[in-house]
Design a protein around this ligand. Structure first.
Ligand code: ADP
Ligand code: MG
Length: 806
């Protein structure tokens, strides 16, 4: 059934101190019987037993185990064999002492596919009965004596109904009487199964063994069938097997006396038995008998009728009916692992409280960094971006007076002199402005370039209506919630206000012009669309195009200006009111000749006081704007609108202009932000590294205290996968309770704080990044947390156990 051929094993292979612990071992074992391997300490007995059970590797030869031949050591194959076919017993019991007897044996049944607790309970009870530990199921192992622990170990070894029990000096730590009891149990087991027992005690060996294999320096030096020597004194002291004695029976009235003796000569034996008051008094008078011992339920002596008596008891058990050797059976299901991990976390939290705190802080750090990084990437806001159809042209002094020459270049549709976002003021019916008004920065574009298909809210513009980009509407909403603006509808109800008297007061009602926002466009630039004459009326102080007054405009005297040196003044201009029309005047925009007087009267009756407002026509106002904004600059920029930016760029370059496109490039914007904010990345990555390192330390600490447990589990054939899963559950729970908790709490706190105290938004979270980060945290923590256990699991089970013995 088990066959070893040329098995050779070295320690410190290929090193100077190489030793051969198994030296060309050839052995085969039958299905039952007690085989004793005998040899001095250090002769390689343990190693041989470990090789037979796959707990240790071998270097040469092959092993055949229940039909399967293994030429190369494979942990996975051996795990299966140990799980299903081997029971292993050690000198040091190798039980998990902190838990109950039941808990120690339970995984064995689970591994055999028996999961019903009631069934397991019943089977454990039966097993414990075999090893004479009835009612010990719920006792803590650590509270048992050595002999009792060893019997639990035997119960566990028997639980998977193994083909073979391997026992490594199982009586080495036990006293004489316990040794005998245990040896009897072993002998009993060997009637049904193969038991390979390692010992260096010759006496035991000679009495019990069916076969004795002697080993010395890793070599088999003798292998023989044992003619049993039964009359060992110290064995007789404790065990009395009646069939070994000569028996004579004496019957008198009311009394039967059986006399058993091991001596040839029967001495005269006088016994006085006195019965008084329900007590028996015994007086013995003999020449040869020196001592008298009484046997009752408390005494050490075991009386057997014949040696086989207890063998029968074992055979009658139906322990193994429902055993099923399937690979799918698990000692610890995922649920078990999580349950155990949850229970454990409380215990070792105290030890690792600092590391837990670190992990929690790490969660916070990561959260903050991710938020900040999110904000870096969150550059959809168009605050510095202008419409992608605009090309920026750098002008210099030599081109100063000839900006209109740009129209000669193919692809230039329109020149826009307003080269950066302008601050527009808005009114809203819900908000009665006193001092501060609502305002927004936006880059104007001629409404003729507005694409109707882009309208996402409101209606198409009429006359001097204005369309604004979605992102502009969003800014208006975000910055003016306190003023009652919460939706696109509220934004649409706002009006652009053109203040005509230069000062912005609540009295503006009849000194300002108002322009409706008709709709919102789907765009991500900072654009507002309006007629060109309206744009320049907004941006040139005190000077507007008369057409924006529409029907309210009326010429009182004189004519419309014919060039940029002339303007019309309002009939409410102070000197005009006094009947004197000045020849020329100076205003912010420059000095002008007066070409006429106008009236603004939208209802046809009231003449609005536009005393500070001069009017002219678009081309003149444009020239004026160009002069006032660019006169003092040696270099300046303007924008060119083009439907075909690419080719126009080339054309402009060829014509000697220095140009750049305003195509919206979030990547560039991000790059800039990134370079400014690299510290957040460092923080984020640092946090992740600290997290990885902390979890590694936590798991290492946890593993060190449980190395023994892992060793035990490996020895009874629990697969590496299952053990990894036990630790995995712990990592997941630890991560959840520390990093992930810190991470989520921080997100919640920061987003709450930013929205409730109206903090400037410095962090930005999206569902996707939040979830990705959490997934990432788990992956990193799992990867790093599993490192210690993965390193440990590379070792053979016996190597893991040796780590514990050190
Ligand atoms: P026994 O069980 O007969 O006392 P072992 O099988 O434990 O003997 O050990 C056999 C020999 O192998 C001993 O000389 C021991 O020192 C050596 N040995 C055991 N384990 C290791 C190891 N991990 N590395 C090096 N030598 C070892
Ligand atoms: Mg040993």
């Amino acid at each position: 059934m088990i066959k070893l051929e040329h098995i050779t094993k070295y320690y410190n292979k290929n090193k100077i101190n190489q030793i051969t612990v198994c030296n060309d071992v050839n052995l085969s074992f039958k299905d039952t019987g007690l085989v004793v391997i005998l040899g001095p300490s250090g002769s390689g007995k343990t190693t041989l037993l470990n090789v037979i059970s796959g707990m240790d590797s071998f270097d040469e030869g092959k092993i055949t185990f229940a039909g399967e031949t293994l030429e190369k050591y494979s942990q996975r194959k051996w795990d299966k064999i140990r799980k299903n076919k081997i029971g292993y017993v050690y000198q040091n019991y190798h039980l998990i002492t902190g838990i109950s007897v039941y808990k120690n044996i339970e995984p064995m049944f689970k591994m055999q596919g028996i999961t019903d607790e009631a069934v397991i309970n019943e089977k454990v009870a039966k097993l414990l009965k075999i090893v004479n530990l009835e009612n010990y199921s719920d006792r803590l192992v650590r509270q048992l004596s050595g002999g009792e622990q060893q019997r639990v170990a035997f119960a566990r070894a028997l639980a998977n109904n193994p083909d073979v029990i391997l026992a490594d000096e199982p009586t080495g730590n036990l006293d004489g009487k316990t040794t005998i009891e245990l040896m009897n149990l072993i002998k009993l087991i060997s009637k049904n199964k193969l038991v390979v027992l390692v010992t260096h005690e010759k006496a035991l060996c000679n009495y019990y063994a069916d076969r004795i294999i002697k080993i010395s320096s890793g070599k088999i030096v003798e292998d023989k069938i044992n003619e049993q020597v039964k009359n060992l004194d110290y064995i007789q002291e404790h065990i009395i097997t009646l069939s070994d004695f000569k028996k004579s029976t004496t019957k008198t009235d009311g009394m039967v006396v059986n006399r058993f003796t091991d001596s040839k000569i029967k001495d005269e034996l006088n016994i006085d038995l006195i019965e008084r008051n329900k007590t028996l008094y015994v007086k013995i008078d003999s020449d040869s008998l020196k001592r008298t011992k009484y046997i009752d339920s408390d005494s050490e002596i075991v009386i057997l009728n014949k040696p086989e008596d207890r063998v029968k008891r074992l055979e009658t058990f139906d322990l193994y009916d429902d055993v099923n050797h399937s690979d799918k059976n698990q000692a610890f299901t995922l649920k078990d692992s999580f349950k155990n991990a949850l229970e454990r976390i409380n215990i070792f939290k105290k030890k690792n409280i600092i590391l837990y705190l670190v992990l929690f802080l790490v969660g916070i750090v990561i959260s903050v960094s991710i938020g900040l990084i999110g904000e870096i990437y969150n550059v959809s806001e168009p605050f510095v971006e202008i419409d992608s159809n605009y090309i920026t042209v750098n002008m210099n002094k030599s081109k100063y007076d000839t900006y209109n020459d740009l129209y000669n270049i193919a692809g230039v549709d329109q020149i826009m002199l307003v080269n950066e976002p302008f601050r527009f003021k808005l009114t809203n019916p819900k908000y009665y402005e006193l001092r501060e008004s609502i305002s927004v920065y936006a880059q104007p574009i001629d409404i003729k370039y507005f694409d109707e298909e882009n309208l996402i809210y409101g209606s198409l513009p009429n006359e001097y209506d204005i369309v604004i980009d979605r992102s502009v509407a969003d800014v208006i909403i975000n910055e003016n919630r306190d003023k009652g603006i919460n939706s696109y509808k509220d934004v649409i109800n706002c009006e652009f206000k053109l203040q005509t008297n230069g000062s912005d007061t609540y009295k503006a009602i009849d000194t300002a012009l108002y322009f409706k926002i008709s709709g919102i466009a789907n765009g991500n630039s900072q654009s507002v669309w309006m007629k060109e004459e309206l744009i320049y009326s907004f941006v040139t102080p005190n000077l507007i195009d008369y057409r924006i007054m529409q029907d309210g405009f009326e010429i009182v005297s004189g004519d419309l200006p014919v060039d940029w040196t002339r303007i019309m003044i309002n009939e409410n201009y102070p000197s005009v009111k006094l009947g004197d029309i000045p020849y020329n005047i100076g205003i912010t925009a420059g000095n002008f000749y007066i070409s006429g007087v106008y009236r603004y009267s939208p209802d046809g009756i009231t003449s609005y006081d536009f005393g500070n407002t001069m009017v002219t026509e678009l081309p003149h106002i444009k020239d004026k704007y160009f002069n006032i904004t660019n006169f003092r600059h040696s270099a300046f920029e303007l924008l060119v609108y083009s439907e075909n930016v690419k080719s126009t760029l080339v054309n402009l370059e060829n014509a000697g202009y220095e140009v750049s496109a305003n195509v919206y490039e979030p990547i560039n914007a991000r790059q800039e932000k990134l370079e400014e904010n690299q510290i957040f990345f460092i923080l984020g990555i640092g946090g992740i590294l600290i997290s990885a390192f902390s979890i590694l330390l936590i798991m290492r600490a946890s593993l060190i205290s449980r190395m023994y447990e892992v060793g035990v589990y490996r020895n009874i054939g629990i697969s590496r996968k299952e053990i990894r899963r036990i630790f995995l559950s712990e990592i997941i729970i630890t991560t959840t309770l520390s990093s992930v908790l810190g991470y989520l709490l921080t997100i919640v706190l920061l987003t709450q704080a930013e929205s409730s105290i109206q903090l400037v938004s410095i962090t930005h979270y999206t569902w996707l990044t939040s979830i990705l980060v959490i997934v990432g945290l788990y992956i990193i923590n799992i990867t790093f947390g599993l490192i210690p256990i993965n390193i440990l699991l590379i070792k053979t089970p016996s190597a893991i156990m040796k780590l514990n013995d050190m």
